[in-house]
Design a protein around this ligand. Structure first.
Ligand code: ZN
Length: 335
């Protein structure tokens, strides 16, 4: 993996400063992070390339070695620890409770949680100070089970903290406080935010909203939480549910409408179906477009007609005579 020019991979000038290299790396790493691009193998390769390029350029010795020899493999001396100071995403939330949209939407500002596998430990005790170099933002969004499975676009009216354009976020113009943001460095604007949800996301999935970071140059990274459904549940790409049938439907067999997330599907209950038996409607689960579609799996439960009546007692007595053997005969003994 050592052949690509790391400057080219990170898109930085050969004279780029350490801060510029770090900034370029952070932006690209987030953009191509496998969590954000679960369906995209090319993005994963790109991500590894970016990480490898950064490994070379963040280490002054390896960088110099590459500059003089064109060799990216220059041996670094041991695993140089990450420079102390602020982590890649700065300390603390730049939005600290300044804005709140609908209850399902929450600014996070904390990339440590969003991408903890990539940047774990990077935030430990670092002082603030890197905010100026980061245009991206983070948020959390709670979506319905249906939206997670089927995908779609969620549009929200959000009070949006943006870096003040007048002072560039410093809060000062010349020697005095910035008249636009009154020294805060950011202004809150009301904006319509459209978040495109790909079909098949789950709690923990992340999506990127281009151009909606702390400035127009940055992106917004949204971590999703999915509300459980009152009827369906999910196991990977399969959707699970229970379908009650009558005693006679189970015994004689029947055609019934099985509710799926894609609408009701006509399905056959075979004669002699027992309670707890599972059936599968192929392709009626999550259709994410990544590999095979999931299935809708339903478990039959047998509904009773209610309190026994005189007529019911007589029928039940006849019915009991139809069993060829004790249904508990095959239970393991010695429990
Ligand atoms: Zn300002």
């Amino acid at each position: 993996m050592a052949t690509k020019d790391p400057y080219e991979v990170l898109g930085v000038d050969r004279k780029a400063s350490e801060a510029e290299i770090k900034k370029a790396y952070r932006r690209l790493a987030r953009k191509h992070h496998p969590d954000v691009n679960a369906s995209d193998a090319a993005a994963k390769r790109k991500f590894q390339e970016i990480a490898a390029a950064y490994e070379v350029l963040k280490d002054p010795k390896r960088r110099k070695h590459f500059d003089t020899t064109g060799d990216t493999g220059g041996a670094p001396e041991g695993g140089a620890p990450r420079p102390s100071g602020a982590g890649p995403f700065g300390g603390g939330s730049p939005f600290g409770g300044t804005a709140r949209g609908p209850s399902s939407f929450r600014w996070s500002g904390d990339f440590g949680d969003l991408f903890s596998d990539l940047f774990s430990g990077a935030r430990a005790g670092g002082p603030r100070g890197t905010e100026e170099e980061d245009d991206d933002a983070a948020a959390e969004l709670t979506i319905s089970f249906r939206d997670a499975v089927l995908g779609g676009t969620i549009t929200l009216q959000v009070r949006y903290p943006r870096r003040c354009a007048r002072c560039g976020g410093s809060g000062r113009v010349g020697a005095s406080a910035c008249p636009s943001c009154h020294g805060a460095g950011e202004v809150v604007s009301k904006e319509r935010l459209s978040v495109r949800i790909p079909a098949g996301v789950a709690t923990g999935s992340k999506v990127r909203v281009p151009g909606k970071g702390r400035s127009e140059k940055g992106d917004l990274y949204v971590a999703l939480t999915v509300v459980p459904h009152q009827y369906f549940s999910r196991e990977g790409d399969d959707i699970l549910a229970e379908v009650p049938v009558t005693v006679s439907e189970a015994y004689l067999g029947a055609e019934i409408d099985v509710p799926t997330i894609h609408g009701p599907v006509r399905a056959r209950i075979p004669p002699g179906t027992a309670g707890g038996q599972r059936f599968r409607l192929k392709g009626y689960g999550v259709r994410s477009g990544r590999g095979a579609d999931g299935d809708h799996t339903y478990r039959v439960s047998i509904a009773m007609p209610g309190r026994p009546t005189e007529e019911g007692r007589a029928l039940a007595a006849k019915f009991a005579g139809l069993y060829e053997r004790d249904p508990r005969a095959n239970l393991p003994s010695g429990l």
